[in-house]
Design a protein around this ligand. Structure first.
Ligand code: 4AD
Ligand code: MG
Length: 460
């Protein structure tokens, strides 16, 4: 492999950490210019090769070959540089590269829509193919990567087995009718599979079968919802993490959610220091306080019924919601959820035991006959980030419910799980993209996804 392919800024940093970066080491690097300025005798290039969030400084002087040409290199251009490492332990940047030579691999065209000046997130969304080169998106996608890794790490280290649930399926797991249909020929939608087919809204039903064979399992993959909600928190394609645990009730489920979230937040704070520092400085100045608070406090648990009382009280005391008619049995709007988590609890909270009419068919009916053993995890700034429940394990109860809803056809296998060696079991779904919003402080889900898909928008 060529020398420049092997060496990266990241590797130089790793060498520095284990004390093997020598002053005077010869290096060849390839990457992009973030800025270039010179004062007539010495010049500085902020250089990024993509391997490390932070730029490094390249220094060139009249001694450098091609000095006059290097001075003219523009922001965004691709370059290959040759130089010597200079350790600078007294400076903010622990080392820099003194250039012996540099060559232009690709000049940055004047008409490039990505410019050095500050550009709005909205504008950058339109050039999703270029925005990874900005500091903000560089940081977002690095954190996204680390989060995906640590999610697997947590589960693998805790004895969970990873299951690939199908993307194309015949069932609408949530029963909310928000599926995208799949067909090879739109005129004959059922022909290909000899059944109607859609993109999955959740891997839960499929992964439940695996929990009843492997005990602790999870699926982590893309999910799709044809929900016509044009909000900052809804995407038509998003990723979901869905653990499912056997011999576990709602309490166990909430304990898992809490320990899992705390673990991954802590890991990101420890392992993405530069990126998180960036978010805390430029995106949300309260981010570190908020995340440390999450690590240090137990998540509050409040029942839906108590939540309704709190909302009624708020309205009595003059609080104005867009939807102000608070009644037991209503589905909470995001303004209500956010009021509870942001203004009452001021931190993450579980809302539990919802009226059965507003929740999915598979949830365990409580002994009061009115509510189900479900929970939503609400967090400030985002609202619902996780939804979970204990699953109905009673064959007769589930059968009656499915018959009432008329969704038993095609889901006989799911019902049979209750007959063939069933047990109490629980699980939850964490929205990966909403998790990124929460951890980075980025306020629009479209800015957490590489190529967002939302109603009315399918570019790239
Ligand atoms: O609450 P939901 O619909 O729950 C389920 O799908 C269950 N089957 C999960 C389970 O128990 N295994 O979705 C779970 C989470 C939500 O809390 C939210 O974070 C995210 O998925 N989510 C969305 N994220 C982005 N865009 C959307 N349109 C989303 N819909 C749900
Ligand atoms: Mg939900």
């Amino acid at each position: 492999m060529s020398q420049e392919r092997e060496l990266t800024v990241k590797k130089l940093y790793l060498k520095l950490t284990n004390n093997s970066l020598e002053d005077g080491k010869e290096v060849v690097l390839s990457g992009w210019i973030r800025s270039n300025r010179d004062n007539g005798s010495v010049g500085f290039i902020a250089f990024n090769d993509g391997s490390n969030f932070k730029d490094i400084q390249l220094v060139y002087t009249k001694e450098t070959k091609n000095y006059e040409t290097i001075r003219t290199f523009r922001y965004g251009s691709t370059i290959k540089v040759f130089g010597l490492v200079k350790l600078t332990p007294e400076n903010k940047q622990p080392f820099e590269i003194q250039l012996t030579d540099a060559i232009l691999l690709n000049d940055y065209a004047e008409d490039c829509p990505l410019q050095k000046k500050r550009q709005s997130f909205e504008f950058l969304r339109d050039i999703a193919y270029l925005r990874p080169r900005t500091n903000t998106f560089n940081a977002v996608f690095r954190v996204r990567n680390v989060l995906a890794y640590v999610i697997h790490k947590y589960f693998q280290e805790n004895g969970f087995m990873y299951v690939h649930t199908p993307i194309i399926t015949s069932n609408d797991a949530e029963g909310a009718g928000q599926v995208f249909h799949v067909a090879s020929d739109l005129k004959k939608p059922n022909e290909f599979f000899n059944s109607s087919a859609c993109l999955t809204v959740s891997g839960q039903l499929h992964v439940e079968a695996f929990a009843l064979a492997f005990r602790d399992v999870y699926t982590f993959g893309p999910t799709f919802r044809a929900e016509n909600s044009n909000t900052t928190r809804h995407a038509s394609e998003f990723w979901m993490i869905e653990p499912e645990i056997a011999f576990a009730d709602l309490e166990d489920d909430m304990n898992l959610m809490e320990s899992f979230l705390k673990y991954i937040i802590n890991y990101v704070l420890e392992n993405c220091k530069d990126e998180m520092e960036f978010f805390n400085t430029f995106i949300d100045k309260t981010l570190f306080d908020k995340l440390h608070n999450v690590l240090n406090t137990p998540f509050k648990r409040v029942t839906y019924t108590e939540g309704i009382e709190l909302l009624k009280e708020a309205v009595k005391n003059g609080k104005k919601f867009d939807y102000n008619n608070i009644e037991w049995g209503m589905d909470l709007q995001s303004e209500h959820e956010r009021y509870l988590t942001e203004e009452v609890v001021k931190g993450p909270m579980f809302l539990t035991d919802f009226p059965k009419e507003i929740k999915a068919f598979y949830m365990k009916q409580n002994s009061d006959g009115k509510t189900v053993a479900a929970c939503d995890l609400l967090v400030p700034g985002v609202g619902e980030i996780c939804g979970g429940s204990q699953r109905e394990e009673n064959y007769e109860v589930l059968k009656a419910k499915m018959e009432q809803l008329g969704n038993e056809k095609g889901l006989e296998w799911y019902l049979n799980l209750r007959k063939y060696g069933g047990c109490i079991h629980s699980g939850f779904g964490l929205g990966f993209d909403r998790l990124i919003m929460y951890i980075t402080g980025i306020s629009n889900i479209r800015d957490t996804q590489p190529y967002p898909r939302t109603p009315g928008s399918l570019r790239y």
